[in-house]
Each structure stands twice: as structure tokens, then as C-alpha cells.
Design a protein around this ligand. Structure first.
Ligand code: HEC
Length: 156
């Protein structure tokens, strides 16, 4: 007995995506299978257009690549930065590109990223006042918006 090739591919893609749903689908309801090819397309556009923005404005907290600023020498500051980064990564970790690690599905992450950027909720105010130019600019928002919209279509 052998499974058809398409079934094997479908099973493999479900397995490799399982982690993306880790926390959300406790009941393991039928998660709709997501096309691996769609995720690849989304990731190439992410790496090309959006990642350079996130590297500058989000990676200090949402990745393993925290850069320590001048004020990290102040007493207690380093610990604060580290706990901020741990908390941020628990929600969303950009360290290994798209689909992001965290507790959301790829679709939910896209929605949340867009919402947080549009509302200027991210990067947080406490970060923006210490890091000049870290606010997401209107031009960058346009890029992120276009990428998120295109990605949502691909995940339909
Ligand atoms: C100073 C550290 C810091 C920076 C810089 C930062 N974030 Fe965050 N972010 C956090 C923390 C902490 C949380 C979790 C608590 C919260 O929601 O406020 C969070 C939560 C989020 C969430 C909600 C995730 C969820 O679904 O629960 C999104 C989306 C997000 N950040 C996107 C971004 C984006 C995009 C950038 C860059 C434009 C960014 N953040 C920059 C600290 C940061």
C-alpha cells in the first residue's frame, strides 16, 4: 500500500506547520491546510521588502539579535531590556523569518503586525523616546500594508 504523492506532501506540510498553531488550537480542530508554496512566496516578499524595516525597528525586542544601546550600562537597564525582549518574543519572534514564531497562526500574525504598526502601538513609546527615528514612517507603513494585503490573499 502506498499513499499518493499529494497526500504525503499534504501531511508533511501540516506537520511542519504544526508549531505555528501550537498554543491557539488546543482542541486540535481541523486547522485548514496552508499551502507551503504560499508561505514561501510570502516569505520572499517579507525578506525583500519588510525585513529591512523590522531589523531596524523591531528586532531589538522581537528577535535574538538584540543590540544593546548606550543606556544598557545604566544600573538595571540591561535586565529590563532582556525581560522586554523575552516578553516580546513570547508573543512574536521574527528571528527565523515568516511564518513567525509565536502563539498566533500566520494569518493572525499578519493581522496583528499590521494593526500594531497602523496604530503606532509598535515599537512601544518607551522605545521610541530612546531610539530616535524608530517610529514607523508613512512610507514604511505603505510597504508593510501592501505586503500584508498580498499575503492575506495568498493564505485564503
Ligand atoms: C521595546 C521592545 C519592542 C520593540 C522595539 C517592538 N516591540 Fe512589539 N511587543 C513588545 C512586547 C513587550 C510585546 C508584548 C506585550 C504587548 O503586547 O505589549 C509586543 C507585542 C507585539 C505584538 C502583539 C503580538 C501578539 O499577537 O500578541 C505585535 C504584532 C508586535 N509587538 C509587533 C511589533 C513590530 C511590527 C515592531 C516593529 C515595528 C515591534 N513590535 C517593536 C516589545 C517590542
Amino acid at each position: 500500500m502506498s499513499l499518493p504523492k499529494s497526500a504525503i506532501i499534504a501531511i508533511l506540510s501540516l506537520l511542519s506547520l504544526g508549531y505555528a498553531f501550537a498554543h491557539k488550537n488546543h482542541a486540535h480542530q481541523k486547522a485548514e491546510p496552508i499551502e507551503v508554496s504560499a508561505l514561501k512566496t510570502i516569505n520572499s516578499a517579507y525578506v525583500r521588502d519588510v525585513k529591512p524595516i523590522f531589523q531596524k525597528k523591531c528586532f531589538d525586542c522581537h528577535s535574538d539579535l538584540t543590540r544593546y544601546p548606550w543606556y544598557s550600562n545604566l544600573p538595571g537597564a540591561k535586565e529590563l531590556i532582556e525581560s522586554d525582549s523575552q516578553e516580546a518574543k513570547r508573543h512574536l519572534d521574527f528571528s527565523s523569518d515568516f511564518p513567525f514564531k509565536g502563539h498566533g497562526s500566520p494569518k493572525e500574525d499578519l493581522e496583528e503586525v499590521l494593526r500594531s504598526v497602523e496604530s503606532n502601538e509598535m515599537p512601544p513609546f518607551r522605545y521610541r523616546i530612546l531610539h530616535r527615528g524608530s517610529k514607523v514612517t508613512p512610507e514604511e507603513k505603505t510597504i508593510i500594508r501592501a505586503w500584508a494585503a498580498e499575503s492575506q490573499k495568498l493564505l485564503k
